[in-house]
Write a protein that binds this ligand. Structure first.
Ligand code: CP3
Length: 333
């Protein structure tokens, strides 16, 4: 059994497996080289050979325990025929929503449009670099996908107060999003994903009173769906104030904490496997400091099933040597 599955299923605490969110990305010169020649990001995600190569790049350099498929959470709106572009120094830019057209999309059409992602997973799962390791598939949580589809760009700081006003559209949209997220999960698992991670990057934007409708209920249904397929599910509700309550309600197999969470406190509060926490900015400092901060997490979770990861994705300005240093440190712990 792979080290990560052993940690999740058997609650093994003796080894501390490691992988990193955004491990395949802009801090790697070999990624940048491919990216420059491929200005259309979505097209790159759908290029089977290159997507496989990018997914495996970090595994060639570092002793990581998992690969995460090179794709994006916004491949979902793309699959639903909403225009998705990534603009340099701005981020994602989505096209107008047309709820009538969305209601017409069927699952076959959707799956065919995203077929290259699934074929990439299939290819990677047969690659020897992934042997005894996990291949992580992922989705954006319904709330985070809703935010991007309706806001059409990153909500960065505050979401406008009017955002939740259009209940009629939102209710329809949430049903469509949930339906297709499940199809996307099913297809990823069918083609070799051994774990699913749910990114709720904008969970922190909601007030307590809205959590039930937009986060707890739809996420719980998706978590139960993944569990019904016998695959472990990791949730990352970034910025949510009450992780304990989230775990009680949604009950994923693994909870990824962000860097604002007090690791000691969370360890006392929940029994499930914990992942992540280290502030990615620490990787921009020096090895001595990185060692100190990484050991803090390793020591606190010594007796707790723990998968080493960050409290958010690797930053583009990170020196790859710092990643190598961190991975070796965790492996030698
Ligand atoms: O983790 C990995 O290495 C696997 C691939 C992956 C990408 N995006 C590739 C990517 C994963 C897991 C994601 C998830 C994702 N995408 C999230 C959730 C995690 C988070 O960061 O909160 C979100 C919110 C997105 C949406 C998205 N995609 C944004 C906001 C941006 C632009 C800003 C940025 O971080 O670069 C992207 C583009 C993107 N997705 C890039 C990569 C490698 C950079 C593309 C480029 O080179 O311009």
């Amino acid at each position: 059994m792979s080290p990560i599955l052993d940690c999740i299923k058997n609650k093994n605490t003796t080894t501390k497996p490691i992988w990193l969110m955004r491990q395949a990305g802009r801090y790697l010169p070999e990624f940048k080289e491919i990216r420059i020649k491929n200005p259309d990001f979505i097209k790159l995600c759908l290029n089977k050979n290159l997507a496989q190569e990018i997914t495996l790049q970090p595994l060639k350099r570092f002793k990581l325990d998992a690969a995460i498929i090179f794709s994006d959470i916004l491949i979902l709106p793309y699959g639903l025929n909403q225009d998705v572009k990534f603009i340099k120094n701005f981020g994602p830019m989505l096209g107008d929503l047309n709820i009538k057209n969305l209601n017409k999309i069927n699952s076959v059409e959707f799956s065919n449009k995203l077929r290259p992602v699934y074929e990439t997973l299939k290819k990677i799962s047969k690659n020897k670099l992934i042997k005894e390791k996990d291949l992580i598939g992922f989705i954006g949580a319904p709330w985070t996908i809703l935010v991007y589809m309706m806001n059409k760009k990153s909500p960065k700081k505050n979401l406008s107060k009017d955002f939740l006003k259009d209940k009629f559209i939102i209710d329809q949209l949430l049903i469509i999003i949930e339906k297709f997220l499940k199809i996307h999960i099913y297809n990823q698992i069918q083609n070799g994903a051994t774990i699913i991670q749910i990114f709720d990057s904008w969970a922190g934007l909601l007030e307590e009173k809205d959590l039930n409708k937009y986060i707890y209920e739809p996420t719980l249904r998706i978590v139960n769906y993944v569990k019904s397929l016998n695959v472990p599910v990791i949730c990352f509700p970034r910025g949510i104030k009450n992780y304990r309550r989230y775990c009680e309600v949604v009950n994923p197999d693994v909870i990824n904490i962000d860097y604002e969470v007090d690791p000691k406190k969370i360890r006392e509060e929940i029994n499930i496997t914990i992942q992540g926490g280290l502030n990615p900015k620490i990787l921009l400092t020096d090895q001595e400091n990185l060692k100190k901060q990484a050991l803090k997490y390793l020591d606190i979770f010594k007796e707790h099933p723990y998968i080493f990861n960050l409290g958010h994705g690797v930053l583009p300005e990170t020196d790859p040597n710092m990643i190598g240093y961190l991975v070796n440190l965790v492996k030698d712990y």
